[in-house]
Design a protein around this ligand. Structure first.
Ligand code: ADP
Ligand code: MG
Length: 312
């Protein structure tokens, strides 16, 4: 178990993180979310032992993770960290970069392992290409493969797919997170992309104003967001008097109701339209299969599907 207890940290005077506590079970995937500047990257760096804490402690399997004051080499042996800006060896091939930390003592095993990793990050055709010739997204994939090459116990990923285009992102995300689960590698991901979280995280930690605003499963937080910041992470939502937070997909057009909206705009979203309307002087968003004509009147009904509660 990774244990973070009462962690506080500041670069200068103003605190970036204040009395943060949470635990991560072995093999679990946890995402750290929060607005830009909320301290996600800082938290990952602290978990890696990059800086000394002002207060509190971090431990893995009851062993302390300490900062540079106590360690000559930053980063415990069992942990790998992929920064937002990854550093690679530009003048050597993709394969050599991925295999850099693997022993040369068993060349056949090493080759097999590199081939397996090339597959996970879908870079087989580029095995022999020099890294400097790759795109940003391809480099990011090399960095990911390098980090998992020696099967760390914990993997820290900072915005791991931010440079990767949508064509590749979805399959790479599935392939990487599946691989980590199979190998029981604990993974902590800082991200602003809900697709990194919803299907793949066991828990989601929300940072806000230097504190942990929420720590729960994505499913529980989605169904019971409690806060606008959390709801906004999952998609377009409304605050409707007497009902609280209602997602755009939980409003349906009906023949008659006491929620009367005037249509302002329809946005094409693929398999549905996001409709913007006016509800008693406030903006309201809902989903609809077809666009609706501006200035027409519709009636809305809140339609929340019954949810099966989860144990967390
Ligand atoms: P996030 O990853 O959530 O966007 P960061 O952890 O990068 O947030 O940054 C949190 C805050 O700490 C920001 O206000 C940022 O400007 C500040 N910060 C980050 N790195 C440093 C640094 N090396 N020195 C001083 N301030 C920093
Ligand atoms: Mg960051």
């Amino acid at each position: 178990m990774l244990q973070v207890k009462n962690l506080s940290f500041s670069y200068k005077e103003s605190p970036i993180l204040k009395t943060i506590s949470f635990e991560v079970k072995e093999g679990d995937h946890v995402s750290i979310i929060g607005e830009s500047g909320s301290g996600k990257s800082t938290l990952l760096k602290l978990l890696y032992g990059t800086y000394d804490l002002d207060e509190g402690s971090i431990s893995w399997k009851n062993q302390a993770i300490l900062g540079p004051k106590y360690n000559l080499i930053i980063g415990p042996e069992y942990m790998k960290y992929v920064a937002q800006e990854f550093d690679l060896m530009p003048f050597t091939s993709v394969s050599e970069n991925i295999g850099e930390f693997l022993s040369n003592f068993y060349p056949e095993e090493k080759q097999e392992r590199v081939t397996e990793l090339l597959k996970v990050v879908e870079l087989e055709p580029w095995a022999k290409t020099k890294v400097k010739l790759l795109s940003g997204g391809q480099k990011q994939r090399v960095a990911l493969a390098r980090a998992i090459a020696k099967q760390p116990e914990i993997l820290l990923l900072d915005e791991p797919f931010s440079h990767i285009d949508n064509f590749k992102k979805r399959s790479l995300r599935r392939s990487l997170f599946q691989y980590l689960k199979e190998k029981n590698i604990t993974c902590i991901v800082a991200t602003h992309d809900q697709d990194d979280v919803i299907s793949f995280s066991d828990r989601m930690i929300v940072l806000h104003e230097a504190k942990v605003l929420a720590n729960d499963s994505p499913k529980n937080l989605y169904h019971n967001p409690k806060d606008k910041l959390i709801a906004s992470f999952f998609g377009e939502f409304n605050e409707i008097k007497g009902h609280g937070i209602i997602y755009a997909n939980q409003l349906k057009v009906v023949e008659k109701s006491n929620l009367k909206a005037i249509i302002k705009q329809s946005y094409f979203k693929g398999y549905y339209y996001l409709i913007e309307g006016d509800l008693n002087g406030e903006n309201v968003f809902f989903e609809h299969p077809i666009p609706l004509k501006k200035n027409t009147t519709v009636y809305l009904e809140i339609n929340i599907p019954t949810i099966i509660p989860t144990v967390s």
